[in-house]
Every structure is written in structure tokens, then in C-alpha cells.
Design a protein around this ligand. Sequence first.
Ligand SMILES: [Mg+2]
Length: 241
Amino acid sequence: MTPIIHDNLIHIPGSDGGSPDEGLLIVCDFDGTVCRVDMCNEIMDHFAGDWEAIDRTYALGEVGSRTAYGRIAPLIRANRLQILDFILRQERLDLFFPEFLSFCRGRKIDLKIVSDGLDVYIEAILAKHGLEVEFYANRLIFQEDDRIEFDFPPASGDCGRCGTCKRSLLDRFRPDYDRIIYVGDGHSDVCAAWKADQIFAKDILYEKCMGNGTPCLLYDDFGDIHRSLEKSLAGGFVKPA
Ligand SMILES: [Mg+2]
């Protein structure tokens, strides 16, 4: 897909007479978004052997990620050191993300990561790049004999399909913010994105938004989002903090 960045300004609340002090939150997916590589897929490809059939059932929507993780767990044989070593060699953080994060912090815009991936690599990759970001993700638990288990702290009882129910997280964040911008690219972002006030989408999320007539802005990297947001701020849509 050729990225086309729409030239519209992000409509940020307060721009049409609302309070300029309202809180803005940016919620970002991790795999394929903050990290250009889908680390979960990389780990499964490397350590889980023949997991493609399970992945297909997930991609087709036949099972949710929680069920898929449960089927994949017995296939993986790896210890923490092996996985961490692999992660740090394979990761590819969006080069524009650190600068975007600084920009948000300078503007008192909160940013949180919500991921249906795994805590172990999000923590390691953020630490490698000296970044501290609040994140929500599934847990990879290392057991004896190189066996692993998954746990799903951010799961929701609603439909129970995703390990991390991003939609429930957005509901949890909502009372503290006047406006939420969502950034994502995949299946697990769809329910959450539709609850946000503004969506930056690419790949599967973009296709889903287009298919449902949900307004969104197509982006490729955080440089695009940074420029778009800065343009909105310069347009007086939000007063700098
Ligand atoms: Mg993703």
C-alpha cells in the first residue's frame, strides 16, 4: 500500500470554542506501529515452529488472539535469554517515535501503548531505546524446561476474544481525557479505534476503517503523525501547554 497522508488537520477538541485545557491522550498499538516489525510474529516464526495454521485461523477471525496464544504456547521452547537476545537483534523501532514522544511530553499530551502482543519485548525494546512509556500487554511467563505460558491481564469479559481488550482499555482511559487519538495497524485495533475521537490507521486497520466508512488518516510512520499533529497545533486547534 502506498502511504498517502491526508492533508486534513486533526480536529482536536477545543478548536471550536471548547476549553483549551482539555486533556488529550494518544493511544498507540505496538507491533507494526511503535515497532515497525511485528515482534510477536517474529518470535512465533523463530520459536514456535509450525504455527501458520493457528495464525491463519486468527487472521480469518475464526478464533481470537487469546485462543491462538493458548494453542501456540505448547509449541514454543525457549528461555528468557534466548528470547531477549532474539528480540534485541530483530526489533526495529519506528525511528520517528522517540522524537514524537518528546514532542507529546513537551505539549503535555499523554501517550500510552496498548498491545495484544507480549510484555517481554515491549519492555526490552523501550528500555533499549531509553524510553519510558506506560503500556498494557499480554504476559509471557517463562517456565522450567524452556516452556512458556501466556497470561492476559488486560483481557475483558465482554467477548473474551483478545488477550488484551484494547476497547476496554479505552473505556478505562476515557474519563480522564477529553479527546483520544488512536494509532494502529491491525485486527486487534479495530474495536478500540472505533471508540477513539480520531484514528491514524494503516494496513489492516485502514482497510477495516475504509470498509466501514470510518473516518481515519492514513499514516506510514510517527513522522507523519508528528507533522499532522503539529500542523493542527499551529492552526490554533490546541493551545500548547
Ligand atoms: Mg499492530
